[in-house]
Design a protein around this ligand. Structure first.
Ligand code: C2E
Ligand code: CA
Ligand code: CA
Length: 698
């Protein structure tokens, strides 16, 4: 039975999210505990077993205790010890006990188990998220220790077994006494005047700060490196307490020292596994987040200025696809090297995943401190990368953000750097951009819109409205143009102008294009089945839909699937699509569709840069004059010229945006074939089309 009362209490009562996070961390840490090369186990903050190492399982240290079981109920912790263990964990003090266990051959062993809290956070505000248990077989030795438990020798034995050193410093006489069994430690724990002399200079300030806040009679735990003249790194854990004499004045400082170098190395080894990216050896996203949090705290408490840089390799997917994954990996490793070269050793260079890297720069004095290494990096990036006898170059887009304003929220830094990165990509990649507050709103709105459109797609909120196209020579409805609308749950029916950015996004415009085709074809099928004479339906195509090179096949497959004849469909393509990227692909696609009987309309004619002459190579059946010309009487000559030119080239001309009888009359006079506009009908939902057709007169 486990109750909340048995769980580790933290100074601030943990909310469910914190507890869930602690559990997730414990689970992740458990992955690594499983792989450590010594007997170890991990408990979560409720003392349930999370994981054991292979050695632990093989030795049967806690045989009978399965993952998920309560360590107290399962005998790994004696019931009477639970409270003490939890108290120690809360204080960050290691707790040890002797654990008798019978191994698989029936031999009785005594294990010395040491419980230490895995803690996270800043000094003074750490939170325990798990408890690590290590076990050492002390079978022979422990007999005597156990016997000595109630003995006066107990302390000495324990000190010996634990290799603990006790130091008593007489504050009045300055004399120092040592006891215990750690002669090596003793050499470096003696001092002349100031107890802090024994602390490594780099750790000294931290310890001095902790000492300064220590109250009389209060025990404090420190972990620091010893100040050794031979430069050997030795980590010690020290518990220190000042005792008060008869006169009420401090008279003794007693410290207990333990060499924890090995344990720190083990912890470090485990952390390397948990926090290192295996391809590049750089810190991974988990460690990045940890370091970022540290930077945020330092900026909040000390007002320290820090910078954040996000780096994204340009066209990494193309490199992977064309040169292979090995080349991609080689590039990432090279980039990791360049980053380490360009930034200071104290900066955190991390790989967040894929081709995304990030750098945290602390203790900056200004913008220049961040821009300088970025310039170095860009210089390095210009050098070609050799891989498997080939050489290629890569570039990267870089977004940077600086936090110096004490009133701003440093937690926004990641978002800010992301926005700057986005700007760098948008501006043509291969560049770095520093975030400015003015960038936020516009880009944020765009990002938000794309996110909303994505959600609306899954909610099926996009529909088509149909606007009639009238043939003024024949006096009847020639067909309809399918125009997209967003049935927004809160804002009502939105026209494409409200989500234009989505049509410019490669991925979303493809999805919207799919929706338009599917809905239009389904509707045409339904009208045909119901005997509604709708003529042709025109569907608008965006540039992205041509990119795959399979548009012609896809359209024909869909027509076949819905059993709609090709000559019921028109596709509308703007001249910018013809003139833009991959126009060969576009011309090939429209040619095939045209051959199959799909009608091709050139949309918005006159607004782009194309002339009819250079559009000759494309099969065009319809020319749609943009409404801006139709509605502006000063452009009369242009309208006339386009109609004449179009018909001389064998194309029918459609005038868009016809709103009144006067416009209609003029167009008729110029010899225009078809018109579309509010004069005859606004775009309407599909279910109004049959009634519209039935009531139509010119
Ligand atoms: P567009 O292809 O030029 O469509 C004609 C636009 O003119 C439509 O705007 C239509 O409602 C509007 N219109 C028609 N007659 C009149 C009129 O008499 N007066 C005025 N002021 N406007 C008139 P809408 O529906 O807002 O669509 C805007 C643009 O969004 C379309 O321009 C088209 O480029 C794009 N679009 C709409 N649906 C789709 C789609 O399914 N796929 C793609 N790729 N683009 C679409
Ligand atoms: Ca159109
Ligand atoms: Ca148009």
């Amino acid at each position: 039975m486990r109750t909340e009362a048995l769980a580790i209490q933290t100074s601030v009562e943990a909310d469910p999210a914190t507890r869930a996070l602690a559990r997730a961390r414990a689970r992740a840490f458990g992955e690594f505990v499983r792989q450590v090369p010594f007997a170890a186990a991990l408990l979560d903050r409720d003392l349930a077993l999370v994981a054991v190492s292979r050695e632990w399982a093989a030795q049967g240290v806690s045989a009978g205790l399965a993952v998920g079981d309560d360590a107290a109920a399962g005998g790994l912790v004696a019931p009477g010890d639970v409270a003490a263990l939890l108290a120690c964990a809360e204080e960050g003090i290691a707790f040890s006990r002797y654990l008798p266990a019978v191994d698989k051959d029936g031999v009785q062993h005594v294990w010395r188990t040491e419980f230490s809290a895995c803690r996270d956070g800043l000094e003074g505000a750490e939170e325990t998220y798990a408890v690590m248990v290590t076990a050492r077989d002390v079978t022979g030795y422990a007999d005597s220790v156990l016997r000595a438990e109630r003995d006066k020798q107990r302390l000495t034995m324990a000190l010996e077994l634990d290799e603990l050193l006790v130091r008593e410093y007489d504050l009045k006489t300055g004399e120092i006494y040592f006891s215990g069994a750690a002669p090596e430690l003793q050499k470096y724990c003696a001092f002349d005047k100031d107890p802090l002399e024994i602390v490594h200079p780099e750790d000294r300030q931290r310890c001095a700060d902790a000492v300064a806040t220590r109250k009389l009679g209060e025990a404090r735990v420190f972990e620091f490196r010893l100040n050794r003249d031979d430069g050997v790194e030795t980590w010690v854990r020290s518990v220190g307490k000042v005792f008060v004499g008869q006169d009420g004045k401090p008279d003794k400082l007693v410290n207990l020292f333990k060499d924890i170098t090995d344990r720190r190395r083990q912890t470090e080894a485990i952390e390397t596994l948990a926090f290192k990216d295996s391809l590049t050896g750089l810190p991974n996203r988990a460690l990045f987040q940890h370091r970022f949090q540290e930077a945020v705290t330092a900026s909040e408490t000390l007002g320290e200025m820090f910078g954040l840089i996000m780096i994204d390799v340009d066209h990494f997917k193309d490199i992977n696809d064309t040169l292979g994954h090995d080349a991609g990996d080689a590039l990432l490793k090279r980039l990791a090297g360049m980053l380490q070269h360009a930034f200071r050793a104290g900066d955190t260079v991390a790989r967040l995943g894929g081709d995304e890297f990030a750098v945290i720069l602390r203790g900056l004095h200004g913008e220049a401190d961040m821009m300088r290494p970025i310039a170095t990096l860009q210089e390095l990036l210009r050098r070609p990368i050799e891989h498997a006898g080939r050489s290629f170059t890569a570039s990267a887009s870089i977004g940077a953000a600086l936090h110096g304003d004490p009133d701003a929220d440093p937690a926004h830094m990641i978002k800010n750097a992301d926005i700057a990165l986005y700007r760098a990509k948008e501006a043509g990649r291969n560049r770095s951009i520093l975030f400015e507050p003015s960038m936020r709103s516009e880009v944020e709105r765009r990002i938000e819109l794309l996110r909303d459109v994505r959600a609306a797609l899954t909610e099926d909120e996009f529909v088509l409205y149909y606007q009639p196209v009238v043939d003024i020579r024949e006096g009847k409805v020639a067909g309809f143009e399918a125009l997209m609308r967003w049935n927004h749950p809160e804002q009502g029916v939105l026209p494409p102008a409200r989500f234009m950015a989505a049509f410019e996004d490669q991925d979303l415009s493809l999805k919207l294009g799919d929706v338009a085709f599917e809905r239009a074809l389904k509707q045409m099928r339904a009208w045909m089945d119901a005997g509604v004479e709708f003529g042709r339906v025109a569907v608008n195509i965006s540039a992205a839909q041509f990119r795959s090179g399979r548009l012609a096949e896809e359209v024909q497959e869909r027509l076949a699937r819905w059993n709609v004849p090709c000559d019921r469909l028109t596709i509308e393509v703007t001249e910018n699509v013809y003139m833009g990227w991959g126009s060969d692909l576009v011309s090939d696609t429209v040619r095939r569709l045209h051959k199959a009987g799909v009608m091709i309309a050139l949309d918005d004619f006159g607004t782009g840069y194309a002339s009819l002459a250079n559009l000759r190579q494309f099969p065009i059946d319809r020319l749609k004059i943009d409404k801006s010309f139709v509605q502006n009487t000063e452009d009369e000559a242009i309208v006339k010229a386009v109609i004449t030119l179009g018909s001389s080239m064998g194309m029918k001309v459609v005038a868009e945006g016809v709103e009144d009888a006067a416009q209609l009359k003029a167009l008729e006079h110029y010899g225009c074939d078809q018109v579309q506009g509010y004069h005859f009908g606004r775009p309407m939902p599909a279910d109004q089309v049959a009634a519209f057709l039935a009531g139509f007169t010119i």
